[in-house]
Design a binder for this molecule. Sequence first.
Ligand code: SF4
Length: 1011
Amino acid sequence: MSDQPNQTTYWKSLNELAQNEEYKKFAEREFPENATELTDQVSRRSFLRVMGASIALAGFASCRKPIQKILPYSRQPEDLVLGEPLFYATGMPFQDSITGLLITNNEGRPSKIEGNPDHPASGGRTNIYHQAAILGLYDPDRSRSPRHNGEKVSIDDFSAFAAGHFSNTGRNILFIDEATSSPTYHRVKRQILENFPNAEWVTYEPFSENNALEGAQLAFGQRLRTVNHFDSADVVLSLDDDFMNPQAGKNSVEYSLEITSKRKVESTSDDMSRIYIVENAFTNTGSYADHRLRLKSSHIAPFTFALAARLSQSISGLDAFSGVNNDFSNHDWIEKIAGELLNAQGNSIVTVGADHAPETHAAAAAINLALGNAGNTVTYHELPYRENRDENQAFLDAVSELKAGVFDTVVMVGGNLAYNAPADLDLALALGNVETSIHLSDYVDETSRLSTWHVNRAHFLEAWGDGLSFTGQRSIIQPQILPLFGGISEIEFLHTFLTGEVSAGYDLVQETWNGVITSDFDRRWEEILHDGVDAESGFDTEMVNLSEGFSSSIQPALTRSPIDGIEIAIKPDVRLFDGRFANNGWLQELPEPMTKITWDNVALMSAATARRIGINPERSFRHNRVPKVRITAGERTIEIAAWIEPGHADDSITLTVGYGRENAGRVADGVGVDTYPLRTSENLFYQQATVESTGTTYEIACVQDHHSLEGRDMIRTATLSEYKEKPDFASFESFHGFKVPGMKEAIAAGDDRGPVSLFNEMYGPEHQPQWGMTIDLNSCFGCGVCTIACQAENNIPVIGKREVGRRRIMHWIRTDRYYEGDPDNPTAYHQPVPCMHCELAPCEQVCPVAATTHSEDGINQMTYNRCIGTRYCANNCPFKVRRFNFFNYSKEYLTTGDDPEIIQMAMNPQVTVRFRGVIEKCTYCVQRVNKAKIKTKIATGSKKPADGTVQTACQQACPANAISFGDLTDANSIVSKNKSNDRNYVMLEEINVRPRTSYLARLTNKNPELS
Ligand code: SF4
């Protein structure tokens, strides 16, 4: 190993790698052209749309601080201490799974979401959908009343209709719902099916667990849920399963916590699990893996079968695959991975992405069983509420019946069939033909507009409910606020068809739980409400055996040919999922974790594929304008922006859904392209397509080259074995090969606290505590939850696509994504970058009005009232973490729309809302720090909160436990221990600004035979 193992080049974009003139010009220009103008109509329109409707245009001209009046309570509610939030446990349902949450409630309004540490699916952590749900609650575009034939009516009108219409129990009714695990929902559903003997009930999710369940049926003869236990696995093989991200699975938080816990390295004696991934597009899980193979989606199945065939030579139970001989049978990876899996029998996991065919899931299940993983690292569970059938097929059959006129009434509980059902079904036409259609939904969306009745749904933070976690633990969903727009929940909606009136959700849930809690009901109810979970519940683990017919049933799939030529893969979007989160500005503006694109979806492809379709990747891609392509699959065509993704499989194009909405809300409408038209019931996930350049271009707001640190090596990586050989590989001296400039002189002068400084400042003053942060890059997988959690905590505004394109994104913590190596097949890393809270902060030294100064406990703080907006500090910040309010983003954000007070309710009252002309940035969540200090002082008289008492918002949300924060004067604090870790380093140590935020370098656990 060389003395400088990490003299590698990390790059954020192909333009940076090429160091072309355009990139240099872009990087050198700190602020874009026209930075202070918002004059053109397009930019003004896009900004206004984000902020809401009826905007006061005068706001743009105003530099004055907004004046608002506050009034005291005339009678203060009992149990409420002003300024002291209350916390309640609840759970967020997502498909048929629920994650336990703790809601911060300020004087009756929920304002922040955290994970519930007692809930197994959360462990105190969250994903981006959980964090963004608070903005979804206060979305002024949510539906505000039921509608009949498009006209607003009251909920009483609807229940009066229901009482009459459903008094005829002989009706032929089709119920189509979303997946849910709610015991109360399923109890009411059973009652309805008993009451209406001619009713049919099917479930449709555009992206579901159905293929995995069908795979278990093939392998074991039972539709069982597969649960992986990544904290017990030494070797993981992911076959196109982005299991760390929420769009790809319902248990992403628990899975992320588990797998990162197996890769924590505190010293050279620690080991890590090893992750292999095979996938077409670069995912977060792919960037976290130690080895990544890029393959077209249609090649995943033959790869899996070839692996099973190779394993069948060494272990029993895989005879069904023994004759397989395909293109991958002699692939280097097959032999190497087979060897790894055989060495880790009982301690490995093979997992398959939800979109792959049942046979691929069945093959993985057979491999896990043969390796002895079943019952150890992989368990199987029966879902008590699932029908024992292929739910996708049941849905297709029901739609055929609907078209044939079998049903007189269709009831749709959630979902958005007119938008996201397979395009060949033409659901919009079918709904138009049915006599009565009723749709419960959050928005008057595409489906509601075609329905006879629309009923506005209550948000999960507004209604009583219940649900089961991914592994079966029961929780009660308790409302945090009355329905803002008078909506009703799913259970209240359904119960109306039984009684003709809207029943109280609370009574319905209690009725269910009365059957579950067999003694001491009131005490147990209160206990479960308080804890947020019934700790005594959970799915039983099923013992599994290969079903007798397995070999013959899987044979047809083993010889199926993969797609020849270019194929498209249609996937749920990381941020918008199936489109249900499209009107959430926080999610739209979160840079997509790998491409760093905001406010759009694109056609991802490799450079080779671009060339194949006639696009020159070296010339055609500019920072803002990219070529558009025309994609035709079957009879349908779309046009969409192309994007070259390093590491994407050749001859494969990845599209995501959720965009191109109409009438879905002011944020969602007109953003991106609707790709659902390419999905058919035969080809839901990938299919052959023809692709050609349109010859036109499209503007993209991508932040990958924003805040560029211009080629400096901010990220440090090594293999686990390199680390063991040279533990301090990440420190300046090891990395750069010479001592920190000025250090020798400082030591000669008798001062070893840091290199010589122009400034006569104390390093580590006597005051205690002294705050600091570490970010473990070996845990971070770049999900972006920290960014949204920070946005929610610190009242950070949404600014819209055009403003983002002008490099004005306001996020206080960004996640830089770096590539390394072969541009066609690189490795990727993530680095969250908040303010470094430098000891010798360059920003403080240039502020002419002392608006940015140092607190005695080491926080680089902003005094907004003093800031006059010179932006000298932003210019002088080497890490580019300061954000400027070019406009009154927050004011427009808070005072516009139909009901401005609705959005204001999402704000954290403990954080100042900034106004135009002011710089802002990460404060280490100073409001949380000060609150803990005051509480500790009152309780103990000490100024030092105990370690762990203060958690920053990013730290608390992170599902990888990557961020630690605490007192540097406490040698036993986690952050102090991390700072003394061999892998600890600071960015730009050579400029001697002494950042308080440091990083633990990234490690990879390579298989030496495959490197
Ligand atoms: S540090 Fe941020 S981006 Fe990284 S895993 Fe944690 S929450 Fe996700």
